[in-house]
Design a protein around this ligand. Sequence first.
Ligand SMILES: *[C@@H]1O[C@H](CO)[C@@H](O)[C@H](O)[C@H]1NC(C)=O
Ligand SMILES: *[C@@H]1O[C@H](CO)[C@@H](O)[C@H](O)[C@H]1NC(C)=O
Ligand SMILES: [Zn+2]
Length: 671
Amino acid sequence: MAQTRKVYPVGAVLLIINLLMASRIPLSRSILLLQRTNNHFPHSHFTPKRFPKSYPCPLWSSSFSSCLQTLHQSSTTTATTPPYISICYSSISKDPVTDEANPLLQDFEFPPYDVVEASHVRPGIRAILRNLESDLEEFERTVEPSWPKLVEPLEKLVDQLTVVWGMINHLKAVKDSPELRAAIEEVQPEKVKFQLRLGQSKPIYNAFKAIQDSPQWSSLSDAQKRIVESQIKEAVLNGVALDDDKREQFNKIEQELERLSQKFGENVLDATKKFEKLIIDKKDIEGLPATSLGLAAQTAVSKGHTDATVENGPWIITLDAPSFMSVMQHARNRGLREEIYRAYVTRASSGDLNNTAIIDEILKLRLEKAKLLGYNNYAEVSMATKMATVEKAEELLEKLRKASWDAAVQDMEDLKIFSKNQGAMEANDLTHWDTSFWSERLRESKYDINEEELRPFFSLPKVMDGLFNLAKTIFGIDIELADGLAPVWNNDVKFYCIKDSLGSPIAYFYFDPYSRPSEKRGGAWMDEVVSRSRVLSPNGTAPRLPIAHMVCNQTPPVGKKPSLMTFREVETVFHEFGHALQHMLTKQDEGLVAGIRGIEWDAVELPSQFMENWCYHRETLMGIAKHYETGETLPEEVYSKLLAARTFRAGSFSLRQATSFPLSWHHSNST
Ligand SMILES: *[C@@H]1O[C@H](CO)[C@@H](O)[C@H](O)[C@H]1NC(C)=O
Ligand SMILES: *[C@@H]1O[C@H](CO)[C@@H](O)[C@H](O)[C@H]1NC(C)=O
Ligand SMILES: [Zn+2]
């Protein structure tokens, strides 16, 4: 549960952006990747390799995507009343005066996202930690190498902290405020300290080893074996075997890494938020489609230009994905593209928000940590819990690079020729802020597809209906809107219940679709809120049901129109839903490995890619692509063009993937 994030440092980000700009598509996707910070839930006893938080969306389109995870923490729930998911944490001793009123300490069925405030964080987390300290001591005294005396109590022990911490971190990601940040920052070292204490517990570690070496091993289920093995591995990576002085150093490093990665993410968000470009002259925004102008005018209104209109402005451009991307892809004004591009790639690299030193420090500390654990470098530590090895990963990247190089060079050539034929002054020196723009023009000319003209066919309500119909067809589940059943953090957030073919609830999820640059982190991700678990059964028989959340940053509704999505945004929703399904449709009752828990990072993209591929499936696509006003289905020939355009600039994408992966940052022995 101690969480370290992998960050994509400025340098790497620049590199990625460069490649990205030299590539066709999903600018949108790429941005998601760039913005994401990867936490991983390092080694904790309770969440043996907690799943990365988000499975932000892939860099490129379906066949190539592999998303790096942004994770974060999951949360959990407590409950008082029991429909399906209540858990009772009431054994916790409360301070009668203050704690009774703290929603973080109440039993709840679904997290009280609507009432949690920054002021609850310090007392809430401290009360939970106080109880956990004594619970842990008791547990260490009574632990035995058996399932009921080791794994079950362990899962119970860590659940509340996991749930509550996940909940407040989720709020930080979707509803950030200076007060919440400060509160989390203050209690974080105490939380990390407890995690380290738990993660380095010798009695627990020894009990797991004893199970592995005992005759009962052969009678354990695969899931149970998996839990034992990962707990042992995680404990070692958590420093359980270190001598006292080395452990102290290790713990300092972990604390510092946690702090730095929080800071890194905050700087990126703040820098993104800080930038805005006011445009008054209509000719400066020439080329921008109506949707983007609508968004830019809406942003202007929200920032005090109350009489801003789509037609006459003024307009405000921000670095939030929907705004930034539309400029890169559509603005005819090269100077504007350059300005916005430069602002984007240099976010958080100067002044108070400068992440450069943080990146260096993170790299240095990770290397130190690796050495303490007996590895040569941090890449090896990271691979210790993955299926791949450093060598295999590099081999794969090299293979990709080789296979895509010539095609990517050809893509660039095509772009030059095309822009020259169009009379572009910059044809001979196409650069980062030109490639997306000209790629879009080339795509339009080659396939006669204009992303903007497709938008009316992809309205959010119809896309969701189509997605849910698909899920019913493939998995036999019904997904029903359950707004009002659970508290939400923003009025645009939807809450859903998933039912099996007999009509019994099996899972729940939240969906937070729109970009909200002032308070919400960029990118798209999913995470667990709670996992399915037998041990945490609300009524002693039925397992606790899983809950997930999906977060996107797509184009918000403008005026009275629903959110009209780009095809890329549609793919993103399918993608995140694939991750969410893996968490929600699990039948595993062992909570520590149910759903997305405990899956190797290099395998997490399978379900998301699987779902994404359906966006090109004729029946599925035609089912969702209905004009939001007329109900007209996407014309057949447009579908054919979408299909044909699928491999447009694929070489550039693969090359970007192969060369932008920051593995080498963690793979040298010195920094
Ligand atoms: C950002 O920080 C780095 C390292 O501290 C420094 O070298 C660099 O000059 C800073 N950048 C700006 C633009 O201030
Ligand atoms: C526990 O809850 C499940 C699901 O709501 C229900 O089917 C079951 O009968 C309940 N068991 C008891 C003992 O109440
Ligand atoms: Zn993903």
